[in-house]
Design a protein around this ligand. Sequence first.
Ligand SMILES: C[S@@+](CC[C@H](N)C(=O)[O-])C[C@H]1O[C@@H](n2cnc3c(N)ncnc32)[C@H](O)[C@@H]1O
Length: 438
Amino acid sequence: MAPVGFLETSVIYCGDNLKRLAEFPTDCVDLIYLDPPFFSNRHYEVIWGDEAEVRSFEDRWSGGIEVYVDWMRERVMEIRRVLKETGSVYLHCDWHASHYLKVMMDEVFGQQHFQNEFVWYYSGGGASKRRWARKHDVLLFYTKGDDWTFNADAVRTPYKWTKGQLRADGSSRDLSKGKLADDVWEHHSLMPWSPERLGYPTQKPVVLLERIIKASSNPGDVVLDPFCGCGTTLHAAQNLGRNWIGLDISPTACGVMQRQLARLGQTIKIVGLPMTVDDLRALKPFEFQNWVIGRINGTHSPRKTGDMGIDGHTFFTHDPVQVKQSEGIGRNVVDNFETAIKREGRKVGYIVALSFGRGAREEVARAKAHEALEIELVEVQSLLGGTHPLARNESTVFGTEIAPVIPRDVATLPTVEELLGEDEGRRAAEEPEDSDSS
Ligand SMILES: C[S@@+](CC[C@H](N)C(=O)[O-])C[C@H]1O[C@@H](n2cnc3c(N)ncnc32)[C@H](O)[C@@H]1O
């Protein structure tokens, strides 16, 4: 899709959304949907998709609800800044934090700009004998200003009756258009067997996003998802002819999104994937492992925990690979890997790490001389640069890095009061003079 003004679309930015949003121009996006990690204490280990890849998804907070709400407030303030005056935002949350988040949203957007608490009711699945079964999510719908897009006809729902109802004058009403939508929407959540399911634990159904996008934007508008996960919003926006931008901190999620969107025939740029050894060092261990296995186009070891020393296998020859996010890997790691590959009946294997010590090299030489094992020690630097034969050509996979738009220093973020004050000033300046005043 074409760039919108000087805003690049069809781009997934990998990184903390606070930093990325600060680089966006003001008043540039028509619709924002955000589905942040909830305030709960879960830690997921999931099998991702058909390839039985092990992924982790973290959703945990320490420091209490205040810390969470403060973390969200900073981002919501940037979200409000990048929204156009006519723009809308939907914050997807559940019972864990929706009440705290609503107070925060009122504060940032102004109570007068709260439009709906949209309830997504999903039937099916678990029940409770101790309380009412928890069966809905809440989407807080706010607008930035007093005029906004709402295509009510695009989201009408069918009447339950199939025949025309009689009016008071005896004529029949045409019910074929369906009824205007209300703020409760019933649709099952993604089932384990659903074809659109990618294995991402909090993936939302694409119809939910299509509904929101149809109602609150027009073709050609810009839709932004700052916590885009496996890309449901981007997928829906693409289906509906909207421009889109996605942000997510997880390189793993960005890779999955790219694969999914490429299937829709869309050319996509991913910006901000790890480019240096320091970037890789900063990744969470599971992200590091995913990055390495992805970089060599390998397959992940299907076991969720206790990989017994083998984290994946190479693509063509299916040789075992072990990944270590450490420096100066020593003799004992190689020693354990030898046991692991012998258990698999293999003669060749790779250990990928930040760097290796002398002991590791000596052990590799010993294993070759005495046991005919070919263990190669691979420094991640050689995968990054594409100099290692195992590494794929980065440009064919990830696209090119593009310059960010209008850099903005996060330290210059305005306070909530300044933000609202600025708006009052702007509105007052735009108010027409009262010609009737006497
Ligand atoms: C609840 S999931 C979103 C799921 C998404 N709606 C979908 O349908 O796939 C939340 C996402 O937020 C991302 N995330 C968490 N912290 C982030 C941050 N600071 N910046 C950008 N993304 C972040 C996580 O990596 C995760 O993919």
